[in-house]
Every structure is written in structure tokens, then in C-alpha cells.
Design a protein around this ligand. Structure first.
Ligand SMILES: Nc1ncnc2c1ncn2[C@@H]1O[C@H](COP(=O)(O)OP(=O)(O)OP(=O)(O)O)[C@@H](O)[C@H]1O
Length: 452
């Protein structure tokens, strides 16, 4: 008997220690079973307490009256499935008549308290079916990205979502994106994670970093072109617009629509071109857009207008030519001058790191979702890297990128330097990569693979 008590005590101590120090292990060993028991045993009372039940139907009431039985209780949504995951539980529910997916998202905070789980996120799967994704512990405290298999060239896992899913930056779905956040909020780490994710893929990277190149030039080995001041940036963007025209000429030359040509072979963008003719996609990363958009005198004003006009043209026409914009800034509002709001309207993907005021959050989400504005303002100061990510469809989620160090990103870029394509129009902007000496060998500058 004594041995049994000692064993139980040891298990309890181990569980408490794991819960504090290794929440992932705690969840996998004890947490998942305890949470499943808790959710199933409290389910009816929690639904009732959260106002997620519906009164019994008329025929049930009539039947109870006819058979002289007490009236039936209010009904909770039917559980279709309860699935444990590595970070929590997924509960799929069939709604009762009169219920709405919004009822569940509005009650998610009440649900998480009632089930004693860390977080509950609800989403509609299809008409009448809602999924509650519950996480058992704070998975954004120390982000560990789950292993994801080889994927499409332009779908990069960049962060972890609060519901335990991977957040992807998918350039085919969302061609251009905006990333705002106060200083020290984690924008550069997010951008670095993105570059490290893109480096092993067949894309051309173009960087504009007017902070004298401090963020992007260490990663230069994987960049086809780079500018570290507004004057070079203006020239680089003009060259990109010329490149875009050449890609459009190529697409037109390949269209040759005739009666006999199958519909599937009529192309209006690079993705429908035959693989041997298809140019590589180009991702243009702009760090701190305000440096490009502000002007102190007349000459700078002319340059600024040229830059903003070229960015607008790239954002309007670039997608079909495989050119994608990824623009970072502390603020992105009309105070940056003419054309900025027009440019912002073209940037479908929105990510807001911690911002200091509601106005800055409005610049990312004001025209999309008021809830997301509130969530961006509430991001904790001691949680850099946490952001609210959304798109223009109104959906949003809390995410946090893994803490990719500059050393990790530099190593990844150097390892994939041989993939750096060369684009003739951008050749004058190719960054000078210092000759690297590796174990006694002299490594030449990265080999140039032709983009097209
Ligand atoms: N995802 C993350 N996980 C953990 N720590 C992070 C994360 N992102 C950023 N940090 C921490 O926050 C610090 C500031 O991040 P970062 O340099 O990316 O901010 P920033 O928004 O680019 O700031 P600035 O605009 O001043 O350049 C980093 O040095 C890092 O220590």
C-alpha cells in the first residue's frame, strides 16, 4: 500500500514539474487524457452556462406532454468528433437549428475558462458544422515549428498560429503583403524567417533595406539584387518595372490564341507558361517603407514620387509576372504622402506586430476587421514576434514566428547561394558577396542560375 502511495506521489510530482518546465511533454503524457475527460464530463453544463444550447423542439415538448413526462432539457450541439493533437484538442460540433458559428467565436473566452484550457478558437467548417480548436498550454511562449513536408515553391511556413496550426505565407494565394509594427516588435525577425524559408526554393530575392542594409545585407549571398539607400532603391524599382514589361512580352508571345488551342493552355500569367519558358518568381522585400516614402526637399520629392509610383505599378501588375511585394514599416498611413493608401490597398496580406496606438493598427486592419485592430493593440510588450495576421477577407489569427537568429538565416542563405538566379535588368544591383574561405578552400561568389 505504501509503495502505491509513493508511486502516485512520484507521478504527481513529475506531472507538476513537467507542467511547469516542459508543457509540451506534460501535454503529451498527462494533459491530453485529463483534458479529454474534463471536456467530455463538463460538456453539457458548460454549453448550458455559455448559452450555447437551444430549447427542445415542439414535437419533443408535445411528446413529453402526451406521455406525461417532465419537459426535456435544452439541447447542446452534437459532438461529431473529439481529436487530441500534439498541442490540444479539436472538437467538431453539429449546430442545432437556430445556432450560428458566431455564437461560438463570441463564447470562445468563456469556453476556455470553463474547460480550463489555454485557448479556444472556433471556425466554421461548413454550413452547420463548427470546429473548436483548443490548445492545452501556451504554445506561442516558445515557438517550435512542427516539421512540414516539401511544399509548393511559394508557400512558406513562417509562424505558428495560436490554434497550433502552421501559418504559411502563400504567395500564390496572397501576392503582396504588408507587415507593420512598432520598433522592437519583431518585424525583422519575421522577415528573416521568411527569407530563410524562401532561400531553399527556386525564387529570386530582391531586397530594399534603407537602414543602410543592416537587416538584409548579411543575407546578400541569396539575393539577386539589393539596394541600401533610397537613390539606389529608385533605380532598382525602375529596373524591376522594365523586367516586368519583358515578362509581359513573353506571356503575350506565348498566348497565340487560336481556335484549336485548349482553354487550359491559354495563359495570362507566368504560371501557365510551359516550365522551360517560365521565369522564376521574384519576391521583393522592403524594410522600413517610410525611408522610401518621406522627402525633405524638392529633389527627394521627385525621387519619392518615382519610388511610390513604381511600387504601385508592381503591386497592380506584378502578380501575373510573378513579382511579389513584402513591405515592412512602423506605420503605413496617408502621412507618408501621396499614393501610399493606394499602395496599401493592393497589399492583400496583412500582419501587424505590436503597435503603440490604435491608429497604427488601423493602418493594417482598419479597412478589414475591427476585432483584429483590438488584438494588435493588445499584444504584450514582452512577447516580441507575436503578431496578428489577416487577409482582406476579414479573417485573422494570432501568430508568432520562431526566433530565427541572424546567424541561422545567414547560414541558410549561404548554403543556398548557388540557387541565386541572375536577372539581366537587375545585374547592376547584384550585391557584392565577399569571397568566403571554407575549410581551406576558396569559394567563388555564388554561381548564377539564369532566371529566364
Ligand atoms: N519571434 C520572436 N521570438 C522571440 N523573440 C523575438 C521574436 N521576434 C523578435 N524577438 C526579439 O525582439 C527583438 C526585436 O526584434 P526585431 O529586431 O525583429 O524588431 P523590429 O520590429 O524589426 O525593430 P526595428 O523596427 O527597431 O528594427 C529581437 O532582437 C529579439 O530578441
Amino acid at each position: 500500500m505504501d509503495a502505491l502511495w509513493i508511486m502516485l506521489l512520484v507521478v504527481l510530482v513529475v506531472a507538476l514539474v513537467l507542467r511547469r518546465l516542459r508543457p509540451t511533454w506534460y501535454w503529451m503524457t498527462f494533459g491530453v487524457t485529463l483534458a479529454t475527460i474534463r471536456v467530455l464530463s463538463r460538456y453539457r453544463s458548460v454549453m448550458d452556462a455559455c448559452g450555447l444550447t437551444v430549447p427542445p423542439s415542439r414535437w419533443r415538448l408535445t411528446l413529453a406532454r402526451l406521455t406525461n413526462r417532465p419537459p426535456p432539457e435544452d439541447r447542446s450541439p452534437r459532438i461529431l468528433r473529439l481529436r487530441p493533437t500534439a498541442t490540444g484538442l479539436v472538437l467538431r460540433l453539429k449546430l442545432r437549428p437556430g445556432q450560428d458559428a458566431f455564437d461560438f467565436s463570441a463564447s470562445s473566452d468563456r469556453l476556455r475558462h470553463s474547460f480550463a484550457l489555454h485557448n479556444v478558437v472556433s471556425r466554421e467548417i461548413r454550413s452547420g458544422v463548427v470546429e473548436l480548436r483548443m490548445t492545452g498550454y501556451d504554445i506561442l511562449k516558445r515557438v517550435r515549428m512542427p516539421a512540414v513536408g516539401p511544399d509548393d515553391a511559394l508557400r512558406v511556413p513562417v509562424a505558428l498560429r495560436e490554434d497550433g496550426e502552421v501559418h504559411y505565407r502563400d504567395y500564390r494565394e496572397v501576392p503582396h503583403a504588408l507587415n507593420v509594427g512598432a520598433t522592437k516588435s519583431g518585424k525583422s525577425v519575421y522577415q528573416r524567417t521568411l527569407v530563410a524559408g524562401l532561400a531553399p526554393r527556386n525564387v529570386a530575392l530582391v531586397g530594399i533595406d534603407c537602414k543602410n542594409g543592416v537587416e538584409l545585407s548579411p543575407l546578400a549571398a541569396r539575393f539577386t539584387a539589393m539596394a541600401d539607400n533610397p537613390t539606389d532603391a529608385a533605380e532598382l524599382l525602375t529596373a524591376l518595372v522594365q523586367y516586368m514589361s519583358r515578362v509581359y512580352d513573353l506571356i503575350r508571345a506565348e498566348q497565340r490564341i487560336s481556335v484549336g488551342l485548349p482553354d487550359a493552355e491559354i495563359t495570362a500569367d507566368i504560371w501557365d507558361l510551359p516550365p522551360h519558358l517560365r521565369p522564376l518568381p521574384v519576391v521583393v522585400l522592403v524594410d522600413e517603407v517610410a525611408e522610401l516614402a518621406l522627402a525633405a526637399n524638392k529633389a527627394e520629392e521627385a525621387r519619392r514620387d518615382r519610388i511610390v509610383t513604381d511600387l504601385i505599378r508592381l503591386s497592380q501588375l506584378g502578380r501575373a509576372a510573378g513579382i511579389h511585394l513584402e513591405i515592412c514599416g512602423q506605420r503605413f498611413g496617408s502621412e507618408l504622402g501621396k499614393g501610399i493608401t493606394m499602395l496599401r490597398a493592393q497589399l492583400t496580406g496583412r500582419t501587424a506586430h505590436r503597435v503603440n496606438d490604435e491608429t497604427s493598427a488601423n493602418m493594417a486592419f482598419g479597412d478589414i476587421s475591427p476585432d483584429a485592430v483590438l488584438a494588435a493593440v493588445q499584444i504584450d510588450r514582452d512577447r516580441p514576434g507575436t503578431a496578428v495576421a489577416g487577409d482582406s477577407s476579414g479573417g485573422w489569427t494570432r501568430i508568432r514566428a520562431p526566433h530565427t537568429t541572424l546567424r541561422q538565416a545567414v547560414d541558410t542563405c549561404n548554403a543556398h547561394a548557388h540557387r541565386t538566379p541572375s536577372i539581366p535588368e537587375l545585374e547592376p544591383f547584384r550585391p557584392a558577396v565577399p569571397v568566403r574561405v571554407i575549410v581551406g578552400k576558396v569559394q567563388p561568389k555564388s554561381a548564377s542560375a539564369p532566371a529566364f
